[in-house]
Design a protein around this ligand. Structure first.
Ligand code: IMP
Ligand code: MG
Length: 180
């Protein structure tokens, strides 16, 4: 597994430091409120588990699953809800937790879909932002790291469901995912 990694982009220590900062910022911004942390399966799971323990607020969590890439590394632009929320979100402050915002297509769809359910607010925290790849006008409210346009895996992010359990974010060697 590690032999497929070209380089470590964000180390375990950097992840942990930045996640603590994000948690403190969110705690501060939502003072006096409670939040619904909404993890987007499956990539956000490791980030979410660490982040919510740094958020010192009343908090519930739930998950949604959306289709984005399937087995490839290219966005299809088609978003489908594979698993929806368990409850109504009226009168709830929703904090979407994403692993990475790439084209922004997934997030744009999701924000519109959730806003239509009349929550008190919808904000987004993403671990990674590939800002140069954005195709639609959508921005995370909190961002861990802005990264270059390289395919990354680890700390929840996958290629073909693999590499999610790496404790760091690494760049996958091109020969691992290029089909000739
Ligand atoms: P978007 O709709 O193009 O913004 O796609 C976002 C989703 O694509 C993320 O939630 C990831 O599942 C996936 N994705 C985008 N870039 C990467 C990457 O570099 N590594 C792993 N997954 C990625
Ligand atoms: Mg994925």
């Amino acid at each position: 597994m590690e032999e497929d990694i070209a380089k470590v982009l964000i180390s375990r220590e950097e992840l942990s430091r930045r996640v603590a900062e994000l948690g403190a910022e969110i705690t501060h911004d939502y003072e006096g409120k409670s939040v619904l942390a909404l993890g987007i399966l499956k990539g956000s799971v490791l980030f979410m588990a660490d982040l919510i323990r740094e958020i010192k607020l009343p908090l519930a969590y739930d998950f949604m699953a959306l289709s984005s890439y399937g087995a490839s590394t290219q966005s299809s632009g088609v978003v489908r809800i594979l698993k929806d929320l368990d409850r109504s979100v009226e009168d709830v402050h929703i904090l979407i937790i994403e692993d990475i915002v790439d084209t922004g297509l997934t997030l744009k769809y999701l924000k519109e879909n959730l806003t239509a359910r009349n929550p008190l607010s919808v904000k987004v925290v993403t671990l990674l932002d590939k800002a140069t790849r954005r195709q639609v006008d959508v921005f995370p409210d909190y961002n861990g790291f802005t990264i270059p346009d390289e395919f990354v895996v680890g700390y929840g992010l996958d290629f073909n469901e693999g590499y999610r359990n790496l404790p760091y974010v690494g760049v996958l060697k091109q020969e691992t995912y290029e089909v000739n």
